[in-house]
Design a protein around this ligand. Structure first.
Ligand code: ADP
Ligand code: MG
Length: 722
């Protein structure tokens, strides 16, 4: 094969004219467009609804729709779609044209408030976990005005939620919005102990998207990459990431061209991409926007993943968003930088300059730790998937245990606070600065953020960084769980403070007393050491943290009675919804492993065994001819190594054959299981373990067989873009 010769030159970049700020958001119905295309009154009502989560009536929706239509048609748009996030993990859209019959036998463009506000896409094939079979097959999409409509190609895309006829959520966005609002409500109440002017608390999210690029032609020659998103076989390249020479290295020109165009397209869609760089593994990259309000940030991440694929095609690349596309080198994650901010402009995770600010900061910090402690199993389940399973706990990413890193300075502050009496803690100095025993939390901390890469939930100076999220995931899952947990904890805290005050304590006394208890209670989840070490696994288990490594079993965390109660209390999801979602999670898990097993079996039997047999035959032929030509003594000498090789090939081929057979048997047994949970567990326990065993032998064969005969592109070819 001439695979090594495969190298495109960079595709010329299509750059928009002007500065970034000139074309930023041109494809978005943002506030500028709203001002231009809506009446003053409509603009006012709409923006107020967006800012304060108020409902919009039909008349306003009609006005908005007509403004949107005017804008979209000026932009050459002919179609519209409700854009939503079904539980498949991606995004969904069903395009309809604007045209309708007019009275005069003609067609005209129509788009009114009814179409904008609600649609009924048939969409009955999306996973619903049984929600739509038992009651009604109908599913509705409903407009989310807080995420602006945008244009992709010739289509106006309207972000929507997706719910069943009976009201249950069938998507990721609905519970996310509810969880964001639960935190808003609870955190606002907490803030009001400090500052009655606070009326709203917003969740901010800044994700960092890691991904791999592979050449499109090589990708197309790998059925495993195409069908499962990862390589199910492939021997390590002699050189991979040992030298760390890819990390932050110069970006290859072909890749730079892709990145530039991706940025142009993203800017046009109003996505504030800020950072781009090479990652640790060869062909691995990262990009990150400036953080945004969490609902918008989630939409933007999904949109970005879509835009990445489109732009990559033009540059003859394929984007791999799988968490572990290649064995032996790093996988990809999506760190979720998370913080809470008041409408008075205070970041609640920013250590303050005054005593009052510091107390506010400590209150939110400690409540978050408590929420993470109580819900560590749930948070793990919220990021668990068949694909992320390869990464978590694999010594390159956070372990399959959720703990929080604070860094030594913050830990010291909490320790001092825990040990101090209320009187000591409440001493204000002349300037009204609160003495937390260690004085003010040094400002320096903000720049001196943690670089402990082994922690799944790290405090990084002015935010928490939830790092266990997978690169292909919808961040909504993690953020919904985290916000639900934090909202619930803050609700407890608020109620406790009120109780203490009712019992005669001052507000400060009440808050300090509760904070001290929370510091002590949440200690087991705080861990500043090396999360990759075996000692930590033992220690975490002793501390009572969830150490379950099997993904299907991790999902059980969603159905613990305490968790079901918490979701009900916060109004984020009902028990019916939680049950339905778990059915979908188990079913998806099973399907992913099932597809991998099939692909691996097919490749082993249809690609590997035939080509290895061919090579082995050529060796046998050679040995046979040696025997014809040479004296027995000489023949023995000449053929010894070849005969060994023939045997080695035979034993590896035999192992592949046998284990594929056993894997198929295990699948047949698992397929008969009725319960989605038990089936997923069986796939995890009895089918998936064959994957590495089979690939071990195939990878050995890859090293033996003539390079010219090996039809699959190898790691060394897939991993180095020139
Ligand atoms: P790294 O963690 O690799 O150093 P950056 O410092 O560039 O990365 O930040 C990563 C992400 O965190 C960016 O999206 C950034 O906007 C976001 N971020 C910064 N401050 C906050 C905050 N207070 N809340 C939420 N996200 C934040
Ligand atoms: Mg980071």
């Amino acid at each position: 094969m001439v695979r090594e010769a495969f190298s495109h030159t960079a595709v010329p970049v299509q750059a928009p004219a002007g500065k970034t700020s000139d074309y930023y958001g041109v494809n978005v119905f943002n506030r500028d467009k709203m001002r231009k295309y809506l009446s003053k009154e409509t603009y006012k009502v709409l923006t107020e609804a967006i800012d304060n989560g108020k409902n919009l009536d039909r008349q306003i929706a009609n006005h908005v729709a007509s403004g949107m239509k005017m804008w979209a048609m000026e932009m050459g748009v002919t179609h519209y779609t409700h854009w939503f996030h079904p539980l498949t993990g991606g995004t969904a859209e069903k395009h309809d044209s604007f045209i309708e019959h007019s009275d005069k036998g003609h067609v005209i463009e129509e788009f009114d408030g009814k179409i904008l506000a609600q649609q009924e896409p048939d969409a009955s094939s999306f996973p619903s976990g049984g929600l739509r079979n038992t009651f009604e097959a109908r599913g509705y999409t409903a407009w989310d005005p807080s995420s602006p409509a945008f244009i992709m190609d010739d289509t106006l895309c309207i972000p929507t939620i997706f719910i069943a006829y009976t009201g249950e959520a069938l998507d990721f966005k609905t519970p996310l919005l509810k969880a964001l609002s639960a935190v808003d409500k609870a955190a606002t109440e907490t803030c009001q102990f400090f500052d009655p002017k606070v009326k709203k608390v917003q969740t901010n999210l800044g994700w960092e998207q890691e991904y791999f690029l592979v050449d499109e032609a090589l990708y197309s020659a790998r059925p495993d990459l195409m069908l499962t998103g990862r390589t199910l076989m492939g021997h390590e390249s002699a050189k991979n990431q040992q030298l760390d020479d890819h990390y932050f290295g110069a970006i290859p020109t072909r890749v730079a061209a892709f990145m530039k165009e991706l940025e142009y397209e993203s800017y046009k869609l109003g996505m504030p991409l800020k950072t781009r760089h090479n990652e640790v593994a060869p062909n691995q990259f990262e990009l990150a926007p400036i953080y945004e309000e969490a609902n918008l940030a989630v939409d933007h991440n999904l949109l970005l993943m879509d835009v990445m694929n489109r732009v990559a095609k033009r540059h003859n690349f394929h984007v791999l968003l799988h968490e572990k596309p290649f064995a032996g080198i790093n996988g990809s994650g999506k760190h979720n930088n998370w913080s809470l901010m008041t409408d008075t402009g205070v970041n609640l995770f920013n250590p303050g300059k005054t005593g009052e600010e510091n107390l506010l900061f400590v209150t939110f910090l400690v409540n978050t730790l408590m929420a993470v402690y109580k819900n560590n199993a749930l948070l793990k389940a919220s990021v668990a998937s068949a694909t992320n399973e390869h990464r978590l706990g694999a010594n390159e990413a956070p372990p399959a245990i959720i703990s929080a890193f604070l860094g030594s300075q913050i830990s010291q502050v909490l320790d001092k606070l825990e040990a101090s009496t209320t009187d000591e803690a409440i001493k204000f100095d002349a300037k009204g600065v609160l003495q937390l025993g260690v004085g003010q939390i040094p400002e320096l901390l903000i720049d001196n953020t943690d670089r402990n890469r082994t922690s799944p939930f790290a405090f990084t100076g002015n935010r928490f960084e939830f790092r266990a999220v997978g690169s292909s995931a919808n961040c909504a899952s993690a953020i919904t769980a985290l916000n639900t947990a934090v909202a619930d904890q803050l609700m407890n805290f608020n109620a406790d403070v009120k109780k203490h005050i009712a019992a005669g304590e001052t507000k400060e006394e009440a808050i300090f007393a509760i904070i001290r208890e929370l510091i002590t209670a949440s200690k087991p989840v705080c861990f500043d050491g090396n999360g990759y070490s075996d000692e930590w696994k033992a220690e975490a288990s002793a501390r009572g943290l969830d150490c379950e490594v099997s993904v299907p079993v991790q999902f059980d965390a969603y159905l613990k009675p305490s968790v079901i109660d918490m979701y009900a209390r916060t109004g984020v999801m009902s028990e019916v919804e939680l049950n339905a979602r778990n059915e979908v999670k188990w079913e998806t898990y099973t399907k992913k492993i099932q597809i991998e097993a099939r692909v691996l079996g097919d490749m082993a039997l249809n690609h590997i065994i035939p080509l290895v047999t061919l090579y082995q035959s050529s060796l046998l032929d050679n040995v046979y001819k040696l025997k014809q030509l040479f004296e027995p003594e000489k023949y023995k000498k000449l053929s010894a190594e070849k005969l060994d090789l023939i045997e080695e090939i035979e034993s590896n081929m035999d192992a592949v054959h046998k284990m594929v057979g056993l894997m198929v048997e295990a699948r047949k047994v698992a397929n008969k299981i009725e319960s989605e949970r038990e089936k997923a567990v069986a796939y995890h326990d009895t089918v998936a373990p064959y994957f590495n065993k089979i690939r071990y032998h195939i990878d050995k064969l890859e090293l033996i067989v003539d390079n010219e005969m090996w039809t699959l592109p190898k790691y060394r070819e897939l991993l180095f873009i020139r």
